[in-house]
Design a protein around this ligand. Structure first.
Ligand code: NAP
Ligand code: ZN
Ligand code: ZN
Length: 351
């Protein structure tokens, strides 16, 4: 479909895998009847943004504009839009469209649809080229992929719920984490700190695994009952065979077998971290106790709204450090050093 009245928006884009993000101007489509036009107020910085910009997953097309933890204000709505009004604060996460008809879409699991359109890095069927994400002034999204943001959530602190929140909420719900269970969260970054908050809110006994001893006090404050320094072999050995469930949020290659060994019989290790290189799995830790290893990808639209409403009811938001748009490249370097407490959020007024 070709559009006539496109608009331009200021943005931050990478021109190649090795160039820093820099100011640029992009094109957004004119809203169709089903579309919501959004002025972006805040955008969270996910480690996936960094993987994508640096082409660590191998499918990035340039120019690349990342950002999929978007909070903004509605500035216009198409004629057929029913759920949103101009002026309302809304959210957009990792998905902006899907086929709407396949079994995954009908089950509300749009993230698994073969025709799903990611907020950045998918083919843009309206304008051609790739979809461009939230490090920008504005975005136009079909209303079914726009989320309601409960009024009692601080908009800047709610932004990372749109990816870090749903990515940890979804597997904890699917594997029915709750009272009486011992649950591990590996890595205290953007995803990990939300995993700790949700696992605690669901009633589990929560153990945080970290490579950063300096984060131990924060982990307890965020809701962990125990902290294990994963580089300390004796601390790891003391936890062997004791976990019902472990959620691994680590962004780099690391030893999964060390965590599989910590599971009880029939326990589950679920990976959400997405390093670009393969991770080695040894046979014996898995087969000896019938343990399982699985992955999980963000969450569908209904579950994302459920998560936002859960956060509203339980007063849960993210611990954020606000940055200016021109601090993004420095923020990426800090993220690589595990120096984030615990999610950077860009104030889009600084664009
Ligand atoms: P992040 O804020 O950078 O946090 C990652 C944490 O992993 C770090 O804070 C650090 O925690 C730990 N870590 C880093 N390097 C490590 C290493 N070499 N060995 C052991 N631990 C290490 O990243 P994020 O935004 O939470 O994202 C985490 C990963 O999830 C990324 O790969 C991202 O692409 C992926 N992701 C997946 C999905 C999905 O749907 N599956 C969605 C969003 C993001 P400590 O300092 O506590 O050790
Ligand atoms: Zn993300
Ligand atoms: Zn579909």
């Amino acid at each position: 479909m070709t559009q006539n009245k496109t608009t331009t928006a200021k943005a931050y884009a990478a021109a190649s895998a090795t160039t820093p993000l820099a100011a640029s101007t992009i094109t957004r489509r004119a809203p169709t009847d089903q579309d919501v036009q959004i002025e972006i107020l805040y955008c969270g910085v996910c480690h996936s943004d960094l993987h994508f910009v640096r082409n660590e997953w191998g499918f990035t097309q340039y120019p690349a504009v990342p950002g999929h933890e978007i909070i903004g204000r509605v500035t216009a709505t198409g004629k057929a839009v029913k759920k949103f009004k101009v002026g309302e604060v809304v959210g957009v996460g990792c998905l902006v469209d899907s086929c709407r008809t396949c079994p995954d879409c009908q089950a509300g699991l749009e993230q698994f649809c073969n025709g799903m359109v990611m907020t950045y890095g998918s083919a843009d069927k309206h304008l051609g080229g790739g979809t461009l994400g939230g490090y920008s002034q504005g975005i136009v999204v079909t209303e079914d992929f726009v989320l309601r943001i409960p009024a009692n959530l601080n908009p800047a602190s709610a932004a990372p719920l749109l990816c870090a929140g749903i990515t940890t909420y979804s597997p904890l719900r699917r594997w029915k984490v709750g009272p009486g269970q011992k649950v591990g969260i590996v890595g205290l970054g953007g995803l990990g700190h939300m995993g700790v908050k949700f696992a605690r809110a669901f009633g589990a006994h929560v153990v945080l695994f970290t490579t950063s001893p300096s984060k131990a006090a924060d982990a307890l404050r965020l809701g962990a009952h125990e902290v294990v320094i994963s580089k300390d072999a004796a601390q790891m050995a003391a936890q062997a065979g004791s976990f019902d469930f472990i959620l691994d949020t680590v962004a780099a290659v690391h030893d999964l077998n060390a965590y599989i060994n910590l599971l009880k019989r029939d326990g589950n290790l679920v990976l959400v971290g997405a390093p670009g290189e393969p991770l080695a799995i040894a046979a014996f830790p898995l087969i000896m106790k019938r343990r399982s290893f699985s992955g999980s990808l963000i969450g569908g639209l209904p579950e994302t709204q459920e998560m936002l409403d859960f956060c509203s009811a339980h007063h849960i938001t993210c611990d954020v450090e606000m940055i200016r748009m021109d601090q993004i490249n420095e923020a990426y370097e800090r993220m690589l050093k595990s120096d984030v407490k615990y999610r950077f959020v860009i104030d889009m007024a600084t664009l």
